[in-house]
Design a protein around this ligand. Structure first.
Ligand SMILES: *Cc1c(COP(=O)(O)O)cnc(C)c1O
Length: 377
């Protein structure tokens, strides 16, 4: 199987496998227990917390482990906003049209059941959310701004430092979903003026089912637990803490940047685009071409029947149509619609996302399939 879907989930790194194997065998104590095995588990959890805090310039006391970015995003909205006396009269939220589906789902819920008004900022034609566009929709009662760092369908990097500065000046909470940017783009929560940030392990070669949330000044904030429990994770998220997964997460944070460097050096994305150009095929690369990850590319082919390419390659090449979460539904991607792709361009879009072991031969196989499709027409 040729795997070109790392933005949906990155394959588990060898270092992570070693850590998981060891932890699952040896770290079976409950981290709240006072015996040696409990303390061992607790130590691993705390050192992983340090690793993640260090990576983003935060304090360890500001990092909470969750099941992944979806849960972190839920905490960012619901734990910070609901029942918070200081934000009681602030009923407006600003987000964007290109957020991950889970953020849009949370916003729908808050609008429907908690009386929030939501403004969805539109990206520019390059798929980037601009701070000056966002400034226009802020209101006196804006409680939270939530803008993703890197978009999962396009790979575009949003200027969250500019947006953070704007929010800081206005005293508005700023959250960013960093599931796609963590360990790929430098993050310093102070420099970027981010108050809350979401992370996921499986997007960087860690295990599925573990992630984290950064909350500035966590201990002084009024937070409603998403899961009420026995006080774990600052009382925000009850349940026995998943020490083996957390150990694997820390191993991925440590190892991933080296693999990502290798991926960047290979420059396969740019080679692929050059070959498409040489093939004399009509295509459009979606998204800004300067402020974008090297590991993701979204390409539309107005003259090709891309759904039939998927049928041709389903068993041999893993690629995404638009994005993973919408690929099994017939409705077009909300991200591609937001950048105003229409008709044939909208229908015939591929998202390729590479790993460090992607080789040119893999992409060449895909090019061959595209060539065959072109000649069939
Ligand atoms: C994958 C992804 C998520 C969901 O992360 P999970 O850890 O799978 O819950 C959220 N936001 C973005 C931008 C993502 O790419």
């Amino acid at each position: 199987m040729i795997y070109l879907d790392s933005a949906a989930s990155y394959p588990v790194l060898p270092e992570v496998q070693v850590a998981l194997d060891k932890s699952f065998r040896e770290l079976y104590g409950n981290s709240t227990a006072s015996h040696k095995l409990g303390l061992d588990a607790s130590e691993v959890i705390e050192s992983a917390r340090d690793v993640i805090a260090d990576k983003i310039g935060a304090l360890s006391s500001e990092v909470v482990f969750t099941s992944g970015a979806t849960e972190s995003n839920n905490i960012a909205f619901k734990s910070l906003l609901l029942d918070n006396p200081a934000l009681k009269h602030k009923k407006h939220i600003v987000t964007s049209q290109i957020e991950h589906k889970c953020v849009l789902a949370i916003c729908n819920y808050l609008a429907k059941f908690h009386g929030y008004r939501i403004s969805y900022v539109k990206p520019n034609a390059d798929g980037v959310i601009q701070a000056d566009e966002l400034a226009k929709v802020l209101q006196d009662d804006t409680a939270l701004v939530s803008i993703m760092h890197v978009n999962n369908e396009l790979g575009t990097i949003n200027p969250i430092g500019d947006i953070g500065e704007l929010c800081f000046k206005k005293g508005i909470l700023f959250h960013s979903d960093a599931a796609q940017s963590f360990c790929k783009v430098d993050i310093d929560v102070d420099e970027l003026n981010v108050d809350v940030m979401s992370f996921s392990a499986h997007k960087i070669g860690g295990p599925k089912g573990i992630g984290a949330i950064y909350i500035r000044d966590l201990r002084t904030r009024y937070l409603t637990p998403v899961v009420h429990g026995a006080g774990q994770e600052n009382g925000l998220r009850g349940g026995t803490v998943a020490s083996p997964l957390i150990d694997g997460f820390a191993a991925s944070v440590d190892a991933f940047p080296r693999y990502y460097e290798k991926l960047k050096e290979a420059k396969l994305k740019y080679q692929f685009i050059e070959h498409l150009t040489a093939m004399n095929i009509d295509f459009k690369v979606n998204g800004n071409n300067t402020n974008i990850l090297d590991s993701i590319v979204s390409i539309s082919f107005p003259e090709l029947d891309i759904p039939s390419l998927f049928r041709m390659t389903d068993d041999s090449i893993a690629i995404a149509q638009g994005s993973a979460c919408s690929s099994k539904q017939i409705e077009p991607s909300h991200v591609l619609s937001a950048i105003e792709l229409k008709g044939k361009l909208l229908e015939n879009t591929l998202r390729l996302s590479f790993t460090h072991f992607t080789i040119w031969e893999d992409l060449n196989k895909l090019l061959e399939s595209i060539r065959a499709l072109k000649n069939n027409d």
